[in-house]
Design a protein around this ligand. Sequence first.
Ligand SMILES: [Fe+2]
Ligand SMILES: [Fe+2]
Length: 274
Amino acid sequence: MALAPPPSGFDLDAWVARSGALDVRGIDWNQVPRHPLPPAAVRTLRYMQDIESHTIVYLRALLATRAIDDPEVSTFLACWLYEETFHGIALARFLDAAGHPVARRERPRGTESPAQWLEARATALLSRAWPDFCAVHMTWGAINELTTLTGYLRLRSVAGHPVLAELLERIMRDESRHFFFYYRQAETRLVRPGAARVARLLVDRFWAPVGSGVGRPGELELMAGYLFAGDEGRAAARKVDDTIRRLPGFATVRLLEAWMDRHVAGGLHGDRQP
Ligand SMILES: [Fe+2]
Ligand SMILES: [Fe+2]
C-alpha cells in the first residue's frame, strides 16, 4: 500500500497564483548589442538556454513516476515547465539580440540516448518500488534550483551587462520560487529517517550539476570555472552546499564545492577567470 505523503503545510493556491510566463516588458533589447558581453558569458548563456529548454525532457521521465499522483507535486510540475520554457525563450531572445543566435541542436530532444533511456527506466522502477520516491525528487530539485539560481546570480555579477542583469533579475525571481517549493517539500518528506537515508545515498552516488550529460563535453566545466572561481565564486558555491546541509539527513553532504574540486582545473582554490 502506498503511503500518503505527510502534510507539507504548503500553500499551493498562493504559489500557483504567482506562477506565470516571464514578464519581459520593458526589457530594452535594442540596448543589448551596445554593451560588451564577454565570450565566456556567451558560452554560459548558451548552456543555460539549452538547459532551460531541456526542462520538458526532464518531465518526460517524471511523468512515469508517482510524482504525478501527488496533487501538490503534479500541479507544481505543470507550472514549473511553463515557467522554465519562458526562461529558455527569453535567453534565446537575448542571445539573438547580442548577435549570437541559438543554433539548432545537434541531437534532437525527441531522441533519447541509451543512457537517458536507462536513467528514465531506473527512475520509474525506483518510483514504483519506493513509496518515498518524491523525497529524493524534491531534494534533487532543491539542489538543482539553488545551483541554477546561484549560477544566474554569479553570471549577473561577472558578465557586467546591464540588460542581462535586468533579465536575470526577473528569471531569478522564478528560480527562487522553484527552489522554495522543492526545498519546503524536501524538508517535510525527509523527516522520515528511511526516506532521508535513501535520498542521501542516491544524491551521494549520482548527483552532478544540472545539465551534466546534456551539453557538449567540457562546457559545464568551463562554465563552472567562469562562475565559481575566485573568492566570491567559492563563497557562493559554499552557500549552496551549506543550505542543502540543513535538510534532514544531509548535514555532511558534499556537493558543488566538492564537484568543483574534482572537475574544474584548480578547483575552487584557483583564481582562473576564463
Ligand atoms: Fe529557469
Ligand atoms: Fe527553475
